[in-house]
Design a protein around this ligand. Structure first.
Ligand code: ADP
Ligand code: MG
Length: 254
């Protein structure tokens, strides 16, 4: 593996592009090669992500699990194109995003990634419908099509009866379902969820996990970041992270 990684790093620009096309044709949505993120704190170097190689295929449901401080959020920010690595290669849906500048990265992020956060991150003053429409506004979709697609996506998470409610008129579980609809409305390549049940009570959390299972069954690719084993066990594969490294890659069921 290490020899292969090195050889990939040494590929020329054309060959790197070809590698991306190969990965895409093989249905590999996420592929990292020797990915690093190093923070400098005074005279100290912190390797938050240190040499990570992961491969995730279209249609997989994967949990990235590890204790606090193990590098999960840093890795998620790299996978979600919110940050760029210090070193290494990252292919997202065939594109070498580790080499991209901020504006290009933002465009790819909007197109390819749907984010779900622990605290929902909804616009407080906007209705559920408008919250779900937002990514489509950034994507330049017409108003008529936006409303149609947002309604349809809210229906898919069983919230069509709550379209005109604002976040403070919804329960925690309903808010998270709005956030999931917002993440899905652009039909992204991956749904990336960071501790999505962290702010919910146990039974509401179970409801949200049941929704993820259904979305997975419908063909969505899901990457779930969590420190909780019982949440991770809902996924079909667990990538265990420790000290910024992949410690174990475990298939739960296929
Ligand atoms: P997790 O999400 O698993 O709790 P993080 O990715 O947040 O872990 O952090 C991994 C390590 O990197 C920790 O040691 C943390 O202190 C450090 N770290 C994270 N972000 C920064 C930053 N912006 N600057 C310096 N160190 C950071
Ligand atoms: Mg974290």
């Amino acid at each position: 593996m290490a020899t292969l990684e090195r050889s990939v790093q040494e590929l020329g620009p054309r060959q790197r592009e070809e590698r991306g096309e190969q990965l895409k044709s093989q249905g590999i949505v996420i592929r990292t090669y020797d990915l690093w993120k190093t923070y400098i704190m005074g005279d100290q170097e912190i390797h938050a992500v240190s040499g990570v190689d992961i491969e995730i295929r279209r249609g997989e449901y994967v949990a990235i699990m590890g204790p606090s401080g193990s590098g999960k959020s840093t890795l998620m920010n790299l996978i979600g194109c919110l940050d760029t690595p210090t070193k290494g290669l990252y292919y997202l849906n065939g594109k070498l995003v580790s080499e991209m500048e901020d504006d290009e990265l933002a465009r790819i992020r909007n197109k390819e990634i749907g984010f779900v956060f622990q605290t929902f991150n909804l616009l407080a003053r906007a209705t559920a419908l408008h919250n779900v429409e937002l990514p489509l506004i950034y994507a330049g979709i017409s108003a008529k099509e936006r409303v149609e697609r947002a309604r349809e996506t809210l229906r898919a998470v069983d919230l069509d009866q709550r379209m005109f409610h604002k976040p403070n008129e919804l329960s925690g579980g309903q808010r998270q379902r709005v956030a999931i609809a917002r993440a899905l409305v652009n039909q992204p390549s991956i749904l990336l969820a960071d501790e999505p049940t962290g702010a919910l009570d146990t039974s509401t959390g179970q409801e949200i996990m049941a929704l993820f299972e259904r979305l997975y069954q419908e063909g969505n690719t899901i990457v779930l970041v969590t420190h909780e084993q019982d949440i991770a066990l809902h996924a079909h594969r667990i990538i265990h992270i420790r000290d910024g490294k992949v410690e174990r890659d475990e298939t739960i069921r296929s």
